[in-house]
Design a protein around this ligand. Structure first.
Ligand SMILES: NC(=O)c1ccc[n+]([C@@H]2O[C@H](COP(=O)([O-])OP(=O)(O)OC[C@H]3O[C@@H](n4cnc5c(N)ncnc54)[C@H](OP(=O)(O)O)[C@@H]3O)[C@@H](O)[C@H]2O)c1
Length: 268
């Protein structure tokens, strides 16, 4: 069992790890990293062909790898999916809620349907999957839930309100788990990526263009994957891929009103 806080030495060897959104980007990088660490890997997303490529890479590293092609916005299917995962893997020691997607629409342009869709993928699905897998973790009195948030909740979120609202709900949910599970052996962690070089930023029809991003401020998915692995060894609530993201998040906290006033002037 991974022991947070007490030791910097950790091993995922034999741990059963389920990663959502593992067909590309950060999730695929996490799958390969934990496969190299000896974990039993469970990966899911919608694109079966991309998942299979990730599975081949994990198996070539010697990891037993399970694959499920699933649309996590089918919220009523999540309990059955969790049962299938538990049956196929024999249980889940570490759940990494990573699947997510942005939506770049201003609040004055977004429909309730678009808003709800974004909430379903980025908040309702990980919340439901966590609650479905939690009882078995509590029975064993051991487990980790890692939720992948976004620095958008701590920095400025122009045109991404529905996504950032969903991630903020995920932040609060993770914090509530961290506190409420205090008397148990189950831990929750929030990992907060900044801009990361994945398919995430691609423009979708009818949406606002991506922001211009300084390439020096873009992380690789592998860097974020290492932060995800690192959080399992600590009792920290939040983990950042690097100090730059940590400092960017801290800037808003220091002077919330001043920060938002400045950003409002930029976008006027
Ligand atoms: N990249 C960034 O700059 C950045 C910054 C902050 C936070 N994040 C967060 O990092 C996480 C990973 O994103 P990424 O950057 O690696 O982007 P990505 O490459 O687009 O990965 C997103 C993953 O989510 C899966 N997914 C999307 N919709 C799904 C659905 N309905 N059902 C099941 N799986 C679904 C995608 O797989 P399928 O399309 O195959 O379903 C894919 O595997 C997300 O939670 C994102 O919010 C990213």
């Amino acid at each position: 069992m991974i022991q947070p806080a007490s030791s910097n030495e950790y091993s995922l060897s034999g741990q059963r790890v389920l990663i959502t959104g593992a067909s590309s980007g950060i999730g695929a990088a996490v799958a390969k990293a934990i496969a190299a660490d000896g974990a039993v890997v469970g990966i899911c997303a919608r694109r079966a062909d991309r998942l299979e490529e990730v599975a081949v890479a994990c198996r070539s590293l010697g990891a037993t790898t399970h694959v499920w092609s699933v649309d996590l916005t089918d919220l009523d299917g999540i309990e059955a999916f969790a049962k299938m995962v538990q049956s196929d893997m024999g249980g889940v020691d570490v759940l990494i809620n990573n699947a997510g997607a942005g939506r770049r629409k201003k609040m004055q342009d977004i429909s309730v349907g678009d808003f709800n869709e974004t909430m379903d993928l980025n908040f309702n699905a990980p919340m439901r999957l966590t609650l479905a897998l939690l009882p078995e973790m509590l029975r064993r009195d051991a487990g980790h839930v890692v939720n992948v948030g976004s620095s958008g909740t701590r920095e400025f979120p122009p045109t991404t309100g529905s996504y950032v609202a969903a991630k903020a709900a995920l932040d609060a949910f993770t914090e509530a788990l961290y506190i409420d599970l205090a008397s148990t052996g189950v831990w929750s962690h929030l990992v907060i990526p900044g801009f990361t070089a994945t398919d995430f930023g691609a423009q979708r029809p009818g949406e606002e263009p991506p922001f211009p991003i300084d390439p020096a401020k873009v992380d690789t998915p592998e860097t974020v994957a290492q932060a995800i692995l690192r959080c399992l060894t600590t009792d920290d609530f939040e983990t950042y891929p690097n100090d730059r993201v940590r400092e960017a998040c801290a800037e808003k906290r220091q002077d919330f009103n001043g920060y938002l006033r400045k950003r409002r002037r930029w976008f006027a």
